[in-house]
Design a protein around this ligand. Structure first.
Ligand code: ZN
Length: 288
């Protein structure tokens, strides 16, 4: 069976057509229509019709920012504002007269890396997205583990510090409020008074105050993932998102995790992703 994957991002919509051996037959990218929900539905439909022109049977998966509420079927927590509260899956399904599989970016990322990427040879994979937000997903033997309430792997909103930083989700002290890009930049500003981006901050980490920033980052990263290992004990952890390019996460970061795990023997690999930005669209194609 052929597979079509769509990655719906805030600025671009990517699409891919794979054959049964997961070879890429076609790939296309267009701009996301801004603030118009029905134009987004139309654009995705046209892409799918174009890709499926010469094939009969195919599965269709969509990767979206945010999450689909299991209760209402509506999109929530999306950074593409016009999608929030909309029955996207139902509307797109009606338009194309087809069953649509839909998952968030962390779930698609973990699926893609597990089937086509760096964690292909591991059974139990914990995928982490660290970027503007922090997310995660669990893949077991090539299948996404969603959980009873569909929040499996959402480690970005487990509490790292009680009474800590306020989070948009309504809680305080969530992992995301310490190790997402924006929260690290905010902490940098608190410590130095300088408003700088992550690449600027990372390019010069020599003085005492920047070492303090880095130590805190490593501590929070360490506790966040040590908690995951203590509960899930995955065969491998793979990092994705913009911050996965930070080299010290795979050396000092890994050490920080190992120090905090409840075991004297720990060698869980913490790996950098292989598919980069393409993980979303491949992961979407792999849903079924
Ligand atoms: Zn939160």
């Amino acid at each position: 069976m052929f597979r079509i994957g769509i990655d719906l991002g805030g600025t671009k919509i990517e699409s891919v057509l794979l054959d049964e051996n997961l070879n890429v037959l076609q790939q296309k990218r267009i701009q996301t229509p801004q603030s118009d929900y029905f134009k987004i539905i139309d654009s995705i439909s046209s892409l799918v019709l174009e890709l499926s022109e010469n094939i009969s049977d195919f599965s269709l998966g969509v990767c979206t920012p945010g999450a689909i509420s299991k209760q209402t079927g509506l999109i929530k927590n999306s950074n593409t504002q016009c999608l929030i509260g909309k029955p996207f899956k139902e509307d797109l399904g009606k338009k194309l007269e087809k069953k649509i599989l839909i998952e968030n970016d962390a779930n698609c990322f973990a699926m893609a890396e597990s089937k086509m990427g760096i964690t292909k040879d591991y059974d139990l994979v914990f995928g982490v997205i660290m970027g503007t937000g922090v997310g995660g997903a669990i893949v077991i033997n090539g299948k996404l583990h969603s959980g009873r309430t569909n929040i499996s792997g959402e480690w970005g909103h487990h509490t790292l510090h009680r009474n800590g930083n306020p989070c948009y989700c309504g809680k305080t002290g969530c992992v995301e409020t310490y190790i997402s890009g924006p929260s690290l930049e905010k902490r940098w500003f608190e410590l130095t008074g300088k408003s700088q981006s992550m690449p600027e901050i990372l390019s010069n980490l020599n003085d005492e105050i920047s070492q303090k920033w880095k130590c805190e980052f490593l501590e929070n990263f360490g506790y966040g993932l040590a908690n995951v290992i203590d509960i899930l004990d995955p065969d491998v952890i793979v990092l994705g998102g913009g911050l996965s390019n930070i080299d010290f996460l795979y050396t000092e970061g890994k050490e920080s995790v190992y120090e905090k795990v409840f075991s004297d023997l720990i060698e869980t690999p913490i790996l950098k992703n292989k598919l980069g930005d393409s993980a979303g669209v491949f992961g979407a194609a792999l849903l079924n």
